[in-house]
Structure formats: structure tokens, C-alpha cells
Design a protein around this ligand. Structure first.
Ligand code: NDP
Length: 459
């Protein structure tokens, strides 16, 4: 009996987010596999429905007041009126519906059968749908992503998470954002842009742990300069409601009162109730599915990609992992997803773009030269703003390879994507220097950093 006759499908994907949809499409359209995909919520997953896409559209919305202010400095007779949140929200909803439809069309064109329901694992080759139907598959891919984590403090139910932020009835007058990671910083920044009075409370001494320290400090100062009340070393002990709003009591004793409290204290793998324990799929300490370089779990027929594996939790990485899985299993091209030199951007205003080693990582690794430039860009200088841009290259002293690039400022997300190509290719500082500047741009600073600011690491 052939495999195809033995199983209902060659591949059953649980989760219709970035990783799952890419894997399903490639397996079906390019691997010739018979594929099914189950999604219990909206097609598109976190990135499209409650993450990157709606967030970025809110970032754009929040950027206009400052742009209008700058326009006045440039001689335009314009002023910002009020922001119509319900109107923006319905336009946002229409855009998400369009994208969701596009995802469905992609899957349908590839011949993937979609089940709009929850699926759990009931065997090494079997899933069970919410209505009790059992479906067999030669391979099963778990791509269930992650979900917001809120610490178990008194009054935690008074807080919202990023999931709820796109559906608010109205924008709050005052918001408290708890956390210091990507989501906390991005929402603090975009809410401030939309006219909300924002306080960010982070338990540590510097936001965005893991990023380059100089870039973190530069960004924190810029966010404070834009009017966000940055409370560092501020750990929230409890939330309570009063007539004044929601009050957060800090472990240090102080209080912060706001109309909305957003908890952005990390995300955890979405594995609850999937039936993994009984099958022998191994989980790590955070509940993440342990996989090998080919995204295969301890059960040979079961694979996992994306945030549920907690490797690098970024959409493009999940897509690469899903694609590599499909190439390996259905196209006979063994492929490992490459997790080195993955660039990312934090979409605050200003943005932070980063690729490769931080100065701290580089110093621990060997002798390096650090090139930095901090300057006032022409555009905002003319408008009378005090904004400073930070550009930074970290160069291996022996090989002269550029090991890291960090940018804080307008357009950093776009710039870092291009710098990442050079870093990924192993470009040296001489390669950067040999590249003629595009003038006048802010990015030209990357190719005109002549003298090292400092040398770091063991001599
Ligand atoms: P992060 O892991 O980036 O940040 C979590 C933050 O919450 C950290 O500052 C952490 O502090 C803090 N925290 C954790 N537990 C507690 C606690 N019990 N009490 C108080 N504070 C706590 O998670 P996010 O939720 O911001 O984002 C999740 C992932 O999504 C990111 O890792 C990123 O990969 C991805 N993402 C990417 C984006 C992009 O590419 N632009 C945008 C948004 C998300 P500490 O540092 O002290 O541990």
C-alpha cells in the first residue's frame, strides 16, 4: 500500500500563521503533496491579524502629528485635527480582511484543504478536529505560534495584551505600558504618537535587553524626549481599579494611574492542550517544542516551526523555517533554516535597526573596532527638532569583517535590511569604505565612518 493510500493527507499543518501557510503552500504547490491546514482563529496568524501588520499601520497613523508639525516648520500652513480612532480601526479591519482573504486564496490555489477549526494531536500520524473527526497524515507540522504572557499578579485581569489593542472602543487618555521588549516599546511609542499620555514601566535598568547597549540608551533617551514617561527599575506588584482609573503599585512603593494598562511582558509558545506530552514530543523549559536543525521533533513524523519552537521569534524566520521544512520533506532538498545574522527592527519612533553582534557580544568574542556616528539629520534639524541619529559598525580587528551594525533613527528598519546583505556576505570595513556615498542621505554615514571611536575586547 502506498503512503498516499495509507493516510488521508501527506501533510497536516496545525496553525495558519506565517510559518504554517508557507510550509503548506510549498509542500502542496512545489512538492506535490496532499496537504491540509487547520486554523482555529483567523487565517494569517499573529503577524497578519494581531501583530506586525496592524502594529505597523498604527505606527504610520501615529507618525502623522510629528510630520505635520515638521511640515509647518517647512512653511506649510497645516495643522493636525483630531484623530478618528473608530474610522482608522474600521479601515484597519478592512485591510486585515483583505490580507486574510489573500492568504486563503494562496492556499486554495496551491490545493491545500483548509479546516477552520481547532486541531489537536491524537497520534504520531493523527490529528483530531474540534468536532471529533480524526484525520491521518504521514507528516504533521505544528505551527501554532505564541501567545501573550501576563505575570500572575493581583489585578492582572485589569490589563490588556497586544491582542486587544487593535479592537479598543476608544483610545485611552493615559496608558501604562508594562515591559521593555519589542512590543512594549513599539506600543508605547505609537500610542504616544496617537496623542495618548504614555508611561512605560520596565523592571530592568535599560529597555530592549539583548540589543546593543549604546543603541538601547540612545533609543530610550529619544523616547523620553518625545514625551514618554520612561520608568526604569519599575516592577509592577499589583493592579487595582479606582474612580481615578487603573492604578499600578510598584514593588519600590510608587504608584502609576492610567486609563489603560497594556502588559507586554513576553510571549509563550502556544502548546496548551495540543496533546504533545502523551506523544513524547519534547518541550523545553518555556514550553517550546524542541526540534533539530530540520525542525523535526523527537517524534519523527511530527515537525514544528515558528514561535512555538522559540528559536528566533520573528515572522521572516518562521517563513524560512516553514519553507526549509517543506523543501526537506517534500522536495528532497535537505535544508536547514539559517539563523545567523538575522536583522530586525523595533518600530518605535525613532526606529532601531540591528544586525549581527552587539558591542557587548563582540567584546566578549575578540578584539574589535567600534565606529560610531551620532548626528542631527538634515530633515529634522531644519524643522528645529533635537533628534539625533545613531549609526554604529562593529568591526573585527583581525579580519576587518563588519560583525554588527546598529542604527537608531528615522528609516532604520529600511536601512538595516540593506546593511544586513553586506554583513551576511561577510563585507569588510574596506568594502563599506569603497562604496561611494549617496548624498545627501542619512545612510551615507555608514560608508563614511573613517576613524574608530574605540577598540574593545581582549588585546
Ligand atoms: P520580549 O521578550 O521582547 O520582551 C518581554 C519584556 O517583558 C522584557 O522587557 C522582559 O523583561 C519583560 N518581562 C518578562 N517577564 C516579566 C515579568 N514577569 N514582569 C515584568 N516584566 C517582564 O517580548 P515581547 O512580548 O515584546 O515580544 C515577543 C516577541 O515577538 C519578541 O521576542 C520578538 O521576537 C517578537 N516581536 C518582534 C517585533 C519586530 O520584529 N519588530 C515586534 C514585536 C514582537 P526582561 O528583559 O527583564 O526579561
Amino acid at each position: 500500500m502506498t503512503d498516499r493510500a495509507a493516510f488521508d493527507f501527506d501533510l497536516f499543518v496545525i496553525g495558519g500563521g506565517s510559518g504554517g501557510v508557507r510550509a503548506a503552500r510549498i509542500a502542496a504547490a512545489e512538492g506535490g503533496a496532499k496537504v491540509a491546514l487547520a486554523e482555529e482563529l483567523r487565517m494569517g496568524g499573529t503577524c497578519v491579524i494581531r501583530g506586525c501588520v496592524p502594529k505597523k499601520l498604527m505606527v504610520y497613523a501615529g507618525a502623522f502629528p510629528a510630520q505635520i508639525e515638521d511640515a509647518r516648520a517647512y512653511g506649510w500652513d497645516v495643522r493636525a485635527g483630531g484623530f478618528d480612532w473608530p474610522r482608522f480601526r474600521s479601515q484597519l479591519e478592512a485591510e486585515l480582511t483583505r490580507l486574510e482573504t489573500a492568504y486563503r486564496t494562496t492556499l486554495a490555489n496551491a490545493g491545500v484543504q483548509v479546516f477552520d477549526t481547532r486541531a489537536t494531536l491524537s497520534g504520531a500520524h493523527q490529528v483530531t478536529l474540534a468536532d471529533g473527526r480524526h484525520i491521518s497524515a504521514k507528516h504533521i507540522l505544528i505551527a501554532t505560534g505564541g501567545r501573550p504572557f501576563v505575570p500572575d499578579i493581583a489585578g492582572a485581569e485589569l490589563a490588556v495584551t497586544s491582542n486587544e489593542m487593535f479592537h479598543l472602543d476608544h483610545l485611552p487618555r493615559r496608558a501604562l505600558v508594562v515591559g521593555g521588549g519589542y512590543i512594549a516599546c513599539e506600543f508605547a511609542s505609537l500610542l504616544q504618537g496617537l496623542g495618548v499620555q504614555v508611561t512605560l514601566a520596565y523592571r530592568g535598568g535599560a529597555i530592549l535587553r539583548g540589543f546593543d547597549a549604546e543603541a538601547r540608551d540612545h533609543l530610550a533617551a529619544a523616547l523620553a524626549a518625545r514625551g514618554i514617561d520612561m520608568r526604569l527599575n519599575a516592577d509592577v506588584a499589583a493592579l487595582s481599579r479606582s474612580t481615578a482609573g487603573i492604578t499600578a503599585t510598584l514593588k519600590s512603593g510608587g504608584e502609576i494611574t492610567a486609563d489603560l494598562v497594556l502588559y507586554a511582558t513576553g510571549r509563550i509558545p502556544n502548546v496548551a492542550g495540543l496533546g504533545l506530552d502523551a506523544l513524547g514530543v519534547q518541550l523545553g523549559p518555556r514550553g517550546q517544542i524542541i526540534v533539530d536543525d530540520y525542525s523535526q521533533t523527537a517524534v519523527p513524523s511530527i515537525f514544528a516551526v515558528g514561535d512555538v519552537t522559540d528559536r528566533i521569534n520573528l515572522t521572516p524566520v518562521a517563513i524560512r523555517q516553514g519553507h526549509a521544512f517543506a523543501d526537506t520533506v517534500f522536495r528532497g532538498i535537505p535544508t536547514k533554516a539559517d539563523h545567523t545574522n538575522v536583522a530586525s527592527a523595533v518600530f518605535t519612533t525613532p526606529e532601531l535597526g540591528s544586525v549581527g553582534l552587539t558591542e557587548e557580544q563582540a567584546a566578549a568574542q575578540g578584539r574589535c573596532d567600534v565606529y560610531t556616528a551620532s548626528f542631527r539629520p538634515m530633515k529634522t534639524l531644519f524643522a528645529g527638532r533635537g533628534d539625533r541619529m545613531l549609526m554604529k559598525l562593529i568591526v573585527d580587528a583581525a579580519t576587518q569583517r563588519v560583525l554588527g551594525c546598529h542604527i537608531v533613527g528615522e528609516g532604520a528598519g529600511e536601512m538595516i535590511q540593506l546593511a544586513a546583505i553586506a554583513v551576511k556576505m561577510g563585507a569588510t570595513k574596506a568594502d563599506f569604505d569603497a562604496t561611494v556615498a549617496v548624498h545627501p542621505t542619512v545612510a551615507e554615514e555608514l560608508v563614511t565612518l573613517r576613524k574608530a571611536t574605540r577598540s574593545i575586547g581582549p588585546a
